[in-house]
Design a binder for this molecule. Structure first.
Ligand code: ADP
Ligand code: MG
Length: 626
């Protein structure tokens, strides 16, 4: 048997790789700067043990230069450099990474460096924007310098060259512009500056470039100012990845400024969450909960996602896969040296490391929100006002798959506490014999509070949760129960077991009246019942099938769908009005019909439902008053 190596057509392979790995051409600059940073890091590491290097961290830098006339863009560094063999091995072979080998040789010590490269393909991304690349490089400790040249298709050449000191210049000849592509923008100073800030802001060595600035001409007066442009070297990157520093070293102001600058918010973050994990996947994250929902938060326009970095180099601006939909309000950055730079959006979705990070972050955000509630209830209430709805949407989505995660975060307004409370607090306060978690739905706490159906329970001191958002009742349906106590609608369901039985008996005792009212109202109501939930009010309307709040909701989102909750009229037989009704039924049926209609209209009004015939109703009232 003879074993053979695969042969590859390098030109085709290079083409394939360049065009399939990268979605955006502009990342070539990020790749070259990352390589330059790696080269500096390597020599810097060497300097720790070799005093002959004679350089410190602060002496290293990356320099960019533009020569627009010659269409040249140069990335230079004073790092470790390459000799002839290195050039052959690293730039002459696709998918060969000197940086990866460097880290392997260092073993455990590698964590003291910030070396980024690992796949050996980043360099070639420069061929996306250039038709010719020249590399001039001199390895530290050697006298010879080398020039490597390639146009990306027909191989490369290496010849001797000269360079004053160790380091590397990567000189790109930028492609001519075409109808579709404006390669020339990579020769524009502002574009290069903005790319550095976007992708390479946290490279730990200064990235410097001559930029033009304007100043007032010397001798020109304040009344008559004259300006001139001049060239000055500037550092383009900010270099300090705040998330690499521990929380105790960073002031609240620094976090606030970072947050505002990076995420273009005016307000302070409500909460800062820092995460640092070492293990199967190593990463750091700096997350923010905004203090107010962005104006478009509850619309399709809002773009969720965290910024994803690999060792300080931006991979993706809005990585939505890192947090579940219900935590989409969280902003921030995640930085992991384990992630590869050369990864596409499509691949990221399936990235195992990303999944691990995502799962950890979800837990972390949840536990931090719970901690916030413990430490600063008022702040949590602010948070809840802004983003609670999103959490509730999360709870009812995916058939309730996330209810275990999210139910602890919920808050609802309480009838007894007069403020939002958690389900745990409700359950803790609940007397042992209470069987249900009671709720009542309506527009505002004030309106719910005035509903006749809540009176009896309130009188008994039973706590009721007021559901004032459309999604609230869906939450109750999804949860079904909390600590094995079922949710019960005070408005529509039996308050206590046996209530219906008792109501039936009561109605039986006043059969003639109940039959009469049902007959008088006809199809308008499904049923007329004796009530077990009223106290000082004579009448109320309860819903069957779905609740009135849900009916209103569906009606608002889809008016023509015509869903209606079944209407059940409940009468309070203890009320003096009932006695009048009963008397009229036997003495004056015409009047009794009017009473029935009147009571039904009142019940509609209290439920916040429109009257079928408002002027008929006023006629009725006036007729009875006359
Ligand atoms: P990676 O960075 O993932 O290793 P690249 O294709 O970007 O892959 O680079 C390949 C290799 O070329 C690097 O690992 C490094 O050994 C070498 N290299 C590239 N640029 C430089 C540079 N500016 N100075 C020194 N070595 C470099
Ligand atoms: Mg690289």
């Amino acid at each position: 048997m003879e074993k053979k190596e695969f042969k590859a057509e390098s030109k085709r392979l290079l083409d394939l790789m360049i065009h399939s790995i990268y979605t955006h051409k502009e990342i070539f600059l990020r790749e070259l700067i990352s390589n330059a940073s790696d080269a500096c890091d390597k020599l810097c590491y060497r300097a720790l043990t070799d005093s002959a290097v004679g350089m410190e961290r602060k002496d290293f830098q990356i320099r960019l230069a533009i020569d627009a006339d010659k269409r040249l863009l140069t990335v230079s560094d004073n790092g470790i450099g390459m000799n002839r063999d290195d050039l052959e091995d690293n730039l002459g072979m696709i998918a060969s990474s000197g940086s990866f080998r460097f880290k392997q040789e260092l073993g455990d010590d590698a964590k003291d460096t910030d070396v980024i490269g690992q796949f050996g393909v980043g360099f070639y991304s420069a061929f996306m924007v250039s038709d010719h690349i020249t590399v001039i490089t001199r390895k530290y400790g050697e006298d010879a310098a080398w020039k490597w040249e390639s146009d990306g298709s027909e191989g490369y050449t290496i010849e001797e060259a000269s360079r004053d000191a160790a380091g590397t210049d990567i000189i790109l000849h930028i492609k001519p512009d075409t109808d579709e592509e404006n390669y020339g923008e990579f020769l524009q100073s502002w574009k290069v500056q903005s790319l550095v800030r976007k992708y390479s802001d946290y490279i730990r060595f200064p990235i410097r470039m001559e930029v033009s600035k304007t100043r007032k001409k010397e001798g020109s007066t304040d009344e008559n100012p004259e300006y001139e442009t001049y060239q000055e070297e500037d550092t383009l990157n900010s270099m300090v990845p705040l998330w690499q520093r521990s929380k105790s070293e960073v002031t609240e102001d620094e976090y606030g400024k970072f947050y505002r600058d990076k995420f273009h918010d005016y307000g302070e973050p409500l909460r800062v969450i820092t995460v640092s994990v070492e293990g199967a996947v190593t990463y750091k994250a700096l997350l923010f909960v905004p203090s107010a929902a962005p104006y478009d938060f509850y619309t399709k326009d809002y773009q969720a996602g965290l910024q994803l970095y690999s060792s300080g180099v931006l991979i993706m601006d809005k990585c939505a896969d890192l947090l579940p939909e219900y935590f989409r309000f969280v902003r921030g950055v995640v930085d992991s040296p384990d992630l590869s730079l050369n990864i596409s959006r499509e691949l990221l979705q399936h990235d195992r490391q990303l999944k691990v990070i995502g799962a950890n972050l979800e837990k972390k955000v949840k536990s931090d929100l719970l901690k916030l509630r413990e430490e600063d209830r008022e702040k949590y209430e602010t948070f809840w006002k802004q983003f609670g709805r999103q959490i509730k949407y999360g709870l009812v989505s995916d058939y309730g798959a996330h209810k275990e995660t999210l139910q602890d975060l919920l808050m609802f307004y309480s009838s007894t506490e007069k403020k939002p409370v958690t389900l745990a607090e409700y359950a803790d306060r609940m007397p042992g014999e209470q069987k249900y978690v009671y709720y009542a739905a309506g527009e505002t706490p004030e309106k719910v509070d005035r509903l006749p159906q809540t009176e009896l329970l309130k009188d008994r001191g039973t706590e009721i949760l007021y559901f004032t958002e459309e999604v609230d009742e869906f939450c109750a349906q999804t949860l079904r129960a909390y600590r094995e106590k079922e949710f019960r609608s005070v408005l529509d369901q039996e308050l206590e077991e046996g209530d219906s039985e008792k109501a039936k008996e009561t109605a039986e005792a006043h059969k003639a009246t109940f039959d009469f009212v049902k007959e008088a109202l006809g199809d308008k109501v499904k049923e007329v019942k004796a009530s077990a939930r009223l106290k000082s009010h004579p009448v109320c309307l309860t819903a069957e099938g779905l609740s009135f709040e849900m009916e209103k909701y569906f009606h608002a989102v889809q008016p023509d769908i015509g869903v209606q909750a079944g209407r059940v009229l409940e009468l309070n037989v203890e009320h003096p009005v009932f006695a009048s009704l009963e008397k009229a039924v036997s003495d004056d049926p015409e009047k009794a019909k009017k009473y029935a209609s009147l009571l039904y209209s009142q019940a509609l009004l209290i439920a916040g439902l429109p009257l079928d015939d408002p002027s008929g109703y006023t006629d009725l009232v006036c007729g009875l008053m006359k």
